[in-house]
Design a protein around this ligand. Structure first.
Ligand code: SAH
Length: 191
């Protein structure tokens, strides 16, 4: 995390708050996760050099950049972002950090996963989902691991899934709050 300049991933006007341990507004009603949450998710995902990773909810590109520092040049991070303007901005931020050979940001509905580059060693979702979208489990490698906040619109549990052959191991990592997942497997209503 020390290698990624977080101030490059927040709007200029709040640059001085970039290193506070809290989420920050990034526009379009979305947020960049707090550093501690990024740290927890990177640790629980058990990332290794060379992993092919899928992120759902690219936002600023910050979380993808931190993951890129772990998987390195032998790995790759595919990050899907629903909102076009954020996908474009996230891409610019990744380029500024010189990580564009490791991170690919794609605009689309990540609730359906990203079949084009599947299967993935690791998948993580940075928005709240009513439940785990079936395509994400399908697009996970055997022995692959997935992290996703599931539950209600305003409060969720960070849930871990590990694929072991036909078996799925599930663990709960406690309460969290994320912005809602949109798209096919996301929340229907927005207020
Ligand atoms: N990981 C981001 C956090 C962004 S907040 C960061 O480091 O900045 C979650 C993001 O998920 C928002 O940008 C939101 O637009 C996006 N999102 C919501 N539903 C989505 C979907 N179905 N597919 C892809 N992205 C989605």
């Amino acid at each position: 995390m020390m290698k990624v300049p977080r101030h490059l991933f927040v709007p200029k006007v709040i640059e001085s708050y970039a290193y506070h341990d809290c989420p920050q507004q990034i526009g379009e009603g979305q947020t960049i996760s707090a550093p501690h949450m990024v740290g927890i998710m990177v640790e629980k995902l058990d990332l290794r050099s060379g992993h092919k990773v899928l992120e759902v909810g690219g936002g600023s590109g910050y979380h993808a950049a931190v993951v890129a520092e772990v998987v390195g040049k032998k790995g790759h991070v595919y990050s899907v972002e629903y909102i076009e303007s954020l996908a474009k901005w996230g891409k610019e931020n990744i380029k500024k950090c010189g990580l564009d050979d490791i991170v690919t940001i794609i605009q689309g509905d990540g609730s359906k996963g990203l079949l084009e580059y599947a299967p993935y060693d690791r998948i993580f979702v940075t928005c709240a989902s009513p439940d785990v979208p079936p395509p994400l489990l399908e697009q996970l490698n055997d022995k692959g691991k997935l992290l996703i906040p599931t539950g209600g619109r305003h409060y969720q549990t960070l849930v871990y899934y590990e694929k072991r052959g036909k078996k799925i191991v599930k663990k709960d990592y406690g309460g969290c709050v994320f912005v809602p997942l949109r798209g096919k497997y996301g929340f229907r209503l927005f207020s």
